[in-house]
Design a protein around this ligand. Sequence first.
Ligand code: PLP
Length: 394
Amino acid sequence: MFEHLDAPMQDPILSLTVAFREDPRPEKIDLGIGVYRNSEGITPIMEAVRTAAIELAETQVTKSYVGLAGDEQFNRAMTDLLLADTAAYSRAAAIQTPGASGALRMLADLIAYSRPGATVWISNPSYVNHRPVMEAAGLTVREYTYFNTETKAVDEDAMLAQIESLGEQDVLLLHGCCHNPTGGDISIESWQRIAELTHERGFLPFVDIAYQGFGDGLMEDAAGLRVLADSVPELVIATSCSKNFGLYRERTGAAIVVGQTPEDSLKAKGHIQRMARATYTMPPDHGAALVSMILNREELKANWMKELASMNQRINGLREQLVVGFREASDSDRFDYFGEHRGMFSVTGLSPAQIEQLKQNHAIYVVSGGRVNVAGLTEKDIPQVVKAFLAVGA
Ligand SMILES: Cc1ncc(COP(=O)(O)O)c(C=O)c1O
């Protein structure tokens, strides 16, 4: 049955993690992995999550099945977090999924079912899993111009010019905030223009928001999405609790569909449930039960928001420290982009040869493509990173 299979491609990020783990050099720094770390280098369990988990262990009376849509209280709370007070809110229907990854796949399957032959447009570059997930659902994938590698900023004019040519068979996949991998986000004016173009051209906006609260704040990070939600007739959203609740391994996320009417959204939700039934049947409960408890209890929610805000400040503080460190050491402002980007990642423009030198000569691990995880740094790493980047000619 399997003897003819070729060797599967290794995931480049996971292979880098293994190489890092096996490196005996004590000064090694991992800028590849996609998780937040605190100043001790630990990906923490948030206090509200720990409190909720203890209470859940003491009060939950059964581990029986929940249902195809998961926890409906969680679904409502996730919809509130993104869409409260927007025109889309009353038309939205949500389903709990195994992470945003599950939501991406379920929404891709829904699109393929509803609009066979649709093309999904993803940014160049984009989250490494966007293309495989969309293609696995049978959708055609094309790329729109996004990042200017010279300026390290989004080329919004080129992006919008391309979006102007999309039509009714097209789906526009956007990062809600904290673009992965580049760190470059689009302006609110561009979100407004995309809303206009949605009306003019008839394409479907699809927003993947995996880092709400890691950019400029919970509400601020949803501002672009909310511009769309106030205006466009239809919209789909994949959202994640991996980063902002630190629930990576609990696989907690949601798919939200906004149809032209609440009935359309419910029909779409029903089809997602049908597709989920044939895939994983039901999402895991634990993470969603914790999030539901946190978001529906004032004290826990306030505690979560406070800790999330402090994580956000830490990331932006590290960004500022990189800017200052590079300015002092390079006597130039060419690394100021670290301060302009948002979220965990920045694309640095490091060449494959520079990435290899960083690994061999400086024990610094960066993924191919040059993405670095600023949120994986600790304050004490910054001088070493600055020195090494300049030594390899960045
Ligand atoms: C843009 C983007 N979307 C989705 C995901 C998947 O997140 P989850 O862990 O919720 O499946 C990630 C994770 O890195 C991401 O960066």
